[in-house]
Design a protein around this ligand. Sequence first.
Ligand code: C6P
Length: 408
Amino acid sequence: MSKSPYLDIKKDFPVLNREFDGKPLVYLDTAATSQKPTVVIDAMDHFYRESYGTVRRGVYRLSEKATQAYESTRHKVAKLINASSDREIIYTRGCTESLNLVAYSYGRSVLKSGDEIILSQIEHHANIVPWQIVREMTGAVIKIIPCNDRGELFLEEYRKLLSPRAKIVAVNHVSNALGTINPIKEIAKLAHEAGAVMVVDGAQSISHMTVDVQDLGADFYAFSSHKMFGPTGAGILYGRYDLLEKMPPFQGGGDMIRQVTFEKTTYQDPPHRFEAGTPSIVEVLGLGVAVDYLQSVGLDKIAGHEHALLEYGTKLLSGIPGVRLIGTAEHKGAILGFELDGVHPHDIGTLLDMDGIAIRAGHHCAQPTMQRFGVPATARASLGPYNTEADLDALAAGIQKIRGMFHH
Ligand code: C6P
């Protein structure tokens, strides 16, 4: 008997036991945000009840303990992504803030007029707009790596874009709208050969596959806690220490300074230089527990589970007349973007919700991706390790039902 590729962890996520109008919740919006396991919810609850205090400021035991717990997440995250030191892990409020940090601190300080930032056609707005703002400030130029009809980047075109003027290449590891897994290792190698640094938006990869920033050649790697079973309000920017050391602060305030006078202020070393103000204390603690959870389940097992589900779901949806999958890369994460002939994606979302099925409909904060595929929006089912074939069966049945309503 062949071994099942599937995990059985739905029970770890209390909200997934919910029903809407007597129908079980079918949660297919993990790319927007993942659900939270009991261990994370309980740890945060316990921390508030027993151990809550400020971090890195108090001299009393409560604060010392809180600081230890808070800092231990840094080590867990460093291990998770194989950073060479804990000092390369910066706490932010989320992936968006992490990318803004790189753009404003690194980008603004190195880019000169005429320097080039290379992005891809299939980026999330969080990896486009900060670079446009920096372009306005510096006179830098943005170039775009195009993609084919499956949503795969043209590496030959990328090669042609690279020149000594290229200073930054910023690409997502996995596209949130299409699911494409980009060949970051190769993209980074070519970037480095041209003398550019590699910024990776890891929002959609971090909880779905093993990520090794050193092996990938990522100089910066950004992600959010809330997409990896942790709470909202926390995120990570990994940065190579030799780059971080030379970067100016992103925000000024408490905790990022060494000494302040009205004449002059000196700054802390990284990572604290980039962590102004009282941080998201309990959220960072929750992120640490989420990392433990991820590792206890195993990222390779999660990748195997999601890949099997992706294949199952792709077959199901492609078999429904009128469904067009948008994003059909050979290397793909568990994201199913689609159109249904004659039905607006928002209507698909609303009608599926009546059956307790939660998907996302819209442009997915990736309007240039939608433009490339000639659609204003798509419906998107995105999977996590707690999803099952039954969830996809429900989705397919829901879509069939909608077809029946619109095509008599
Ligand atoms: N994508 C989605 O439904 P934040 O919002 O800061 O946690 O993450 C931003 C972000 C950056 N890059 C990629 C590739 C992303 O997918 C996201 C968030 C969500 O697809 C919300 S638009």
